[in-house]
Design a protein around this ligand. Structure first.
Ligand SMILES: [Zn+2]
Length: 119
């Protein structure tokens, strides 16, 4: 999948997030790493990192004076590696984005598994 299509897909997935969650999502950067096949931080899918949330979960933030944005990184190469085709890539990307946003809202791996937001 081309970079532009991939980025448009991310925007579409975020657009489709229910309003009640989107309203609470502030100061989050979503970045795409097109090059790494890092295995750092990995707890998922055969030691491949698909996405990563870096920041303080919304649930433990004191007040609203946030200076540094939280960051979600999407690892395109890793997603490509586990996806057979573009349809599967779209599905996996959606789950990874929702999973990392779940971490933003303070959800645990177990809770995200329960909700089906886990690959
Ligand atoms: Zn996770």
């Amino acid at each position: 999948m081309e970079k532009t299509d991939f980025e448009e897909l991310i925007l579409k997935i975020i657009k489709d997030i229910p309003k009640k969650f989107k309203e609470q999502m502030k100061n989050i950067d979503i970045l795409v790493d097109y090059d790494s096949t890092t295995t750092a931080y990995s707890k998922v899918k055969n030691n491949i990192t698909l996405g990563l949330f870096q920041g303080t979960p919304n649930t433990v933030k004191p007040g609203h004076n946030i200076i540094f944005p939280d960051k979600i990184t999407i690892y395109k190469k890793s997603l490509d590696a586990i996806s057979k085709n573009d349809i599967e890539l779209e599905h996996n990307l959606k789950i990874v984005i929702l999973h990392e946003i779940g971490h933003y809202f303070g959800l645990s791996e177990e809770k995200l598994k329960e909700l089906g937001c886990h690959l």
